[in-house]
Design a protein. Structure first.
Length: 299
């Protein structure tokens, strides 16, 4: 609606609406989370957690509203037909920009449960939002270097323990567990440093998603393999707020999770680890080819 305005004004308006939406729902979310913490009863947690989740879902709808008012984006989305709001999904997507998060929330709102992201430990320090992610039980993962683990072997496996605890919570109510398998946003510099065998993707990190499958014990009804393409180039968040993102393509592929993936130990079974890595490699090859095809159609 307001995309005809100069881009700087669009950015100011979009930022203002984003902050307004945050200022309405964030205090409610944090207040409910505080009440949840001070009453350590499982029955109470079971009652209030869906309320906290519903507040977050309304927040997401608010984001979609200001996006509609300030953006003139053509959305090309396919693959949403058979999804269930009251289901359990493991979701994987390629990762290029902070815009990806708004894209995923917008596309899946009301179609599947609220997305729960695995986040880097450092993100808990993000003002306001860090507390909101904590209130929503987003798991914060702390990565350790090989040198650190060599000096502190007792810290080995801490990420897996964080994943296990998070998955125990996720199994109690319908949840969409979101994982960016690349572990970080794609950039040409990272791509070159990794010597990635893929054209448009970084190397996938299979361990986290393998452990989530095992920890949930077959609770996931399927894996949603998401491919996001920005035909006009990877946008920054400022680009998006300014209304410069004219086209977004999203493809959703629902895949069954092999039963034995939920039963085997990725870390201690070398044969299964090799099989799982081959499975993710083939998934990445297909995703890479799909990105090529989608970009070629837009050229």
């Amino acid at each position: 609606m307001f995309n005809f305005l100069p881009k700087k004004l669009v950015a100011i308006l979009a930022t203002g609406l984003l902050l307004l939406n945050m200022s309405i729902w964030c205090p409610i979310l944090l207040a409910l989370a505080f009440i949840k913490v001070i009453i350590p009863l499982k029955a109470w947690h079971k009652l209030i957690t869906p309320v906290i989740t519903k507040v977050a879902e309304i927040w997401v709808y608010g984001n979609s509203a200001w996006m509609a008012l300030t953006q003139k984006t053509h959305w090309d989305v396919q693959g949403l037909g058979n999804l269930q709001y009251k289901g359990w999904y493991l979701i994987n997507a390629n990762h290029q920009s902070w815009v990806d998060i708004l894209v995923l929330q917008h596309v899946f709102k009301g179609k599947i449960p609220l997305l729960k992201f695995f986040l880097k430990q450092e993100l808990i320090k993000v003002p306001v939002m860090g507390l909101c992610w904590w209130a929503l039980d987003f798991p914060f993962m702390k990565r350790f270097s090989k040198d650190f683990l060599a000096k502190h072997p007792e810290m080995r496996g801490k990420d897996l323990e964080t994943t296990r605890i998070a998955c125990e919570k996720f199994s109690q109510m319908p949840t969409s567990v979101m994982n960016f398998m690349e572990g970080t946003r794609f950039t040409p510099k990272k791509h070159a440093k990794q010597q990635s065998p893929y054209t448009h993707l970084l190397k996938p990190k299979a361990g986290g998603i393998a452990f989530a499958m095992n920890a949930m014990g077959g609770k996931f009804q399927s894996l949603l393999n998401i491919t996001i393409v920005y035909p006009d180039g990877i946008p920054t968040f400022v680009d998006f707020l300014s209304g410069r993102v004219k086209n977004i393509i999203v493809r959703v592929e629902e895949n069954a999770i092999p039963v034995h993936f939920t039963e085997k130990d990725y870390n201690n079974d070398p044969e299964f680890k090799a099989e799982f890595q081959q499975w993710t490699h083939e998934m990445w090859l297909e995703k890479d080819q799909l990105i090529d095809q989608l970009q070629a159609k837009q050229a």
